[in-house]
Design a protein around this ligand. Structure first.
Ligand code: NAP
Length: 279
């Protein structure tokens, strides 16, 4: 799509959220104060997402076409591996619309991915976003980092909400780069502990290892939630892409992706499986 001049947002913009997952529902709810309406697209989404949207008091529309026809701002908050597909679907749904909404790419993707989405939707109309912290229902714990030409306008929509919006420049990439760096400690490091546990269990030396760790005063951090492991595969691959683009070692992130894939695919009833750390 050729890029168009940066639009001004109407005073009470319609915001579309794709999709109201655990984080998307919190983002949608946070935007209700500034928005005329916060809408979500029901087609293809699970009952769980539908319930979350209902609890967050978001307005359901039948599908992406209906959302794309109404929204002044579209926020993508989906599993990172699906971020490009969602943007492609939005581009198709916007065909024929004279004006163009702002698109906030708020997923844990690489700078290259967000720039590719900028090429697809027009860089002036895309804002790079990265959420650091848990789904925010009260202030104080979660920041939304934003970069891009329209980042200040998007930050304004979150003023006074539980998300602290911070602008990190006018380019596409810095917000995603920050998240990829942060993810080395938040996702790649925990995966190393998980791999250590799995190796010790595989060799039957887990009790002895535990004793050695205690003797050394090592405090093993809590394991991440296994139910979320499937989503972190994509995030770690994207973080690996971010490091590789600088010529830095991407193996930490790729190995973490491999760990999370194994955890996601394990059989929770198989206690002999070394990746089964649930029991
Ligand atoms: N949760 C956190 O603590 C946290 C923290 C920081 C950043 N984030 C970021 O927020 C984003 C979403 O995380 P989340 O915790 O909200 O995940 P989530 O609870 O799993 O929700 C994902 C949402 O996306 C939908 N979805 C699933 N597969 C999809 C696909 N292939 N294409 C399009 N949509 C799909 C889901 O719908 P269905 O119900 O129909 O599957 C659901 O509504 C991620 O990029 C993550 O990095 C999350």
């Amino acid at each position: 799509m050729p890029d168009l001049p940066l639009p001004g947002l109407p005073p009470r913009p319609v915001v579309g959220v794709l999709h109201p997952g655990v984080m998307g529902a919190a983002v949608g709810s946070a935007l209700k104060r500034a928005a005329g309406a916060v809408v979500w697209a029901a087609a293809g989404r699970s009952l769980v997402t539908s319930k979350r949207a209902e609890i967050a008091d978001l307005v359901g529309v039948p599908d992406l076409a209906a959302l794309a026809a109404r929204a002044d701002v579209i926020v993508s908050v989906c599993p990172p591996h699906a971020a490009r597909d969602v943007a492609v679907q939005v581009a198709a749904a916007l065909e024929g619309r004279a004006d163009r909404p702002l698109y906030v790419e708020a997923n844990a993707v690489s700078p290259a991915t967000v720039r590719a989405i900028g090429d697809l939707l027009g860089p002036q109309h895309v804002v790079d976003g990265a959420i650091i912290g848990p789904p925010a229902w009260e202030p104080g714990r979660t920041r939304l980092w934003l970069s891009g030409a329209a980042a200040p306008a998007v930050a304004e929509l979150f003023a006074g909400s539980p998300f602290e919006a911070c602008v990190l420049g006018a380019e596409l990439g810095p917000a995603s780069a920050l998240k990829a760096c942060y993810a080395l400690q938040s996702k790649a490091l925990p995966a190393l502990w998980w791999a250590m546990d799995a190796a010790a269990r595989g060799y039957g030396v887990d009790a002895a290892l535990q004793g050695e760790l205690e003797r050394s005063g090592v405090v093993v951090p809590a394991r991440p939630d296994p139910a979320k492991a499937w989503r972190w595969v994509g995030e770690m691959e994207e973080a690996g892409d971010a490091l590789a683009a600088l010529g830095l070692p991407d193996g930490f992130s790729r190995a973490a992706a491999q760990v999370y894939r194994a955890v996601a695919d394990d059989d929770p009833t198989d206690r002999a499986n070394p990746w089964n750390l649930r029991g």
